[in-house]
Design a binder for this molecule. Structure first.
Ligand code: CO
Length: 208
C-alpha cells in the first residue's frame, strides 16, 4: 500500500465525515463510551470495526497474534481492566478467525524463537482438548475446531480475571466467543455458555 495514498485516503475520509456532520471531530474529541471490548487477531484480513460495521467511538479494540488473553500479558490485561473497570463496557468479545496463521504456526514442529512462549498457549489449548481434536481426521477441520476452542479458552481466561467477575456480578457484563469465517465473511457466535463457565470456574478462580 502506497503511503502517499494513505494520506490522500485520510483527507477523503475527513471530507466524508464532515459531510455527515460539521462538528463530527469536535464530538469525537469529547470522549468515548464504547459498549463493546473486542479482542481479535492482528491478521490484516480481519478488520475489527469494518466487519462489524462499527463507527469510531463504538468499540474498544485490542488485537494480538491469535487473539490471546494471557494473564501475564500486561498489554492485554491493561486493556481488559481499562475497558471493564473504567469505560464500563457491557460486552467483552473474543473473536478468532479460520485460517489463523498463529493457530497454524502453533501446530508446527518448529522453533519460532520469541513466538514460542506466545504460541505455547495455543498448544496448551490443544492439550486440554486433544481427545476431541485427535478424532478429527480432516486437517482443515481440525484447525478450524482448534480456532474455535482457542476462542473458548480465551473467554475462560477473561472470566478468570477479577475485573470481569466483579462487573459480571455488579452490572451483568457478558463475555462472548465469536469466529470470523474468512471464506464467507460471516461472523459466527460460538454461543459459549458464559453463566455456566463462570459458575464452574469460580470454585478455583474466584477473585471478586
Ligand atoms: Co489470526
Amino acid at each position: 500500500m502506497n503511503l502517499d495514498k494513505v494520506f490522500e485516503n485520510n483527507k477523503n475520509w475527513i471530507k466524508d465525515k464532515l459531510a455527515l456532520s460539521n462538528d463530527y471531530f469536535e464530538e469525537l474529541g469529547k470522549g468515548q463510551t464504547p459498549e463493546l471490548l473486542y479482542i481479535g487477531c492482528s491478521d490484516s484480513r480481519v478488520t475489527a470495526e469494518e466487519l462489524m460495521g462499527a463507527k469510531p467511538g463504538e468499540v474498544f479494540v485490542h488485537r494480538n497474534i491469535a487473539n490471546m488473553v494471557i494473564s501475564i500479558d500486561l498489554n492485554a490485561m491493561s486493556v481488559v481492566n481499562y475497558a471493564v473497570d473504567h469505560l464500563k463496557v457491557q460486552h467483552v468479545i473474543v473473536c478468532g478467525h479460520y485460517e489463523c496463521g498463529g493457530v497454524k504456526a502453533a501446530m508446527q514442529s518448529a522453533d519460532l524463537g520469541i513466538l514460542n512462549p506466545w504460541l505455547r498457549n495455543i498448544r496448551d489449548v490443544y492439550r486440554i482438548h486433544s481427545k476431541e481434536l485427535n478424532e478429527i481426521k480432516d486437517e482443515a477441520k481440525k484447525y478450524n475446531r482448534l480456532v474455535e476452542l482457542n476462542v473458548q479458552e480465551q473467554c475462560v481466561n477473561l472470566i478468570k480475571t477479577a475485573a470481569v467477575q466483579k462487573a459480571s456480578r455488579e452490572r451483568g457484563l457478558k463475555v462472548h466467543g465469536w469466529v470470523f469465517d474468512i471464506h464467507t465473511g460471516n461472523l459466527i457466535d460460538l454461543k459459549i455458555d458464559f453463566d455456566s463457565i463462570l459458575k464452574n470456574i469460580m470454585e478455583i478462580y474466584h477473585l471478586d
